[in-house]
Design a protein around this ligand. Structure first.
Ligand SMILES: [Zn+2]
Length: 311
């Protein structure tokens, strides 16, 4: 698989700096840069997203399968210009852990956009047809009705574009369980939470803030995670639930995925602390978080705080 510099080198010279900026810009190509690149390449956004797939795949961490998957998501139009930002995502596997904890590229590109403040997605590009798990995960999006999957044809930057229900007919989703918004929709991702035991620790408050913006309409098990690396950088992750339950994404998986997309590819990451804040209900993230942390950062104990819902 190609390395980052090789991938950037395949773009025309006049846009290489913009593409390279993604690496220091948290796996994001800003809307203004997208517009500039499209103008310089005389291209449309779908073909640019396909062109970016190898760059996204360069972030994959695949110690089990060796199968790198890149995905690129398109955020919502910015009022005034209509431009939109692009977000890279890649699959992440955890060695010595159950396969059910693996994060798929589509989940990563969605989570990256969400953690950057997007409130929905317009489309997502992928190099191979999305697996059933990801079709169900994406069906949870509040913007699912206006959402297209761009699938690379393997010839240049060619692709097909189809609405999600092409890939998931007769779907079961949030509407079947009385949820009218969906994943990333602020009305389902805004909660008034407070810690049961107060703290002024920044990392704990970051995890609380992530829990306050998570998506858990079915169990109300609002949960967020914050991890700190030895270089001081902090990354937070939000729980993302699913109507079908199983494609849910745990808050630690979300944090690790976003950290992965926010660091230069191939960088070493040493976790120094990890905090989970949750509102325990009939569901809890504690065991799953402890398990994933034990393989991702052996020896780092999970700091656990419970919160209550004041909303
Ligand atoms: Zn998948």
């Amino acid at each position: 698989m190609k390395k980052w510099d090789e991938v950037v080198g395949e773009f025309p010279k006049e846009v290489q700096d913009d593409i390279d900026s993604i690496r220091i810009n948290h796996g994001k190509l800003e809307a203004e840069s997208v517009a500039k690149v499209l103008e310089r390449l005389d291209a449309e956004i779908g073909s640019l997203m396909i062109k970016l797939l190898p760059a996204a795949a360069a972030y994959a961490i695949v110690p089990i399968s060796g199968y790198q998957v890149g995905a690129v998501s398109q955020g919502m139009p910015i009022p005034g210009t209509g431009w939109s930002s692009l977000y890279l995502g890649a699959n992440v596997e955890f060695k010595n852990e159950a396969l059910s904890f693996c994060v798929h590229g589509e989940q990563s590109a969605t989570s990256n956009a969400w953690l950057h403040g997007e409130t929905g997605l317009q489309s997502l590009a992928i190099s191979a047809a999305p697996c059933g798990y990801c079709r169900q995960f994406l069906y949870e999006l509040g913007t699912e009705k206006q959402f297209n999957v761009l699938l690379a044809t393997g010839t240049g930057d060619g692709y097909t574009s189809n609405p999600l229900d092409y890939y998931l007919p007769d779907a079961f989703g949030p509407h079947d369980l009385g949820v009218n918004g969906g994943l990333m929709d602020p009305k389902d991702c805004t909660h008034d939470l407070s810690l049961n035991k107060s703290s002024s620790d920044t990392l704990v408050l970051d995890a609380l803030s992530a829990a306050s913006k998570c998506y858990a309409p079915y169990t109300k098990n609002y949960a967020g995670c914050a991890i700190q690396l030895s270089d001081g950088n902090i990354y937070t992750g939000r729980y993302a639930e699913n109507a079908a339950y199983n494609p849910s994404m745990s808050p630690l998986e979300s944090a690790i995925t976003v950290m992965n997309m926010n660091q230069p590819t191939g960088d070493t990451r040493t976790v120094s602390r990890a905090v989970l804040v949750e509102v325990p209900t009939d569901a809890s993230q504690f065991d799953a978080t402890t398990s994933v942390l034990s393989v991702f950062a052996p020896g780092i104990g999970l700091e656990y705080y419970t919160a209550k819902n004041d909303g």
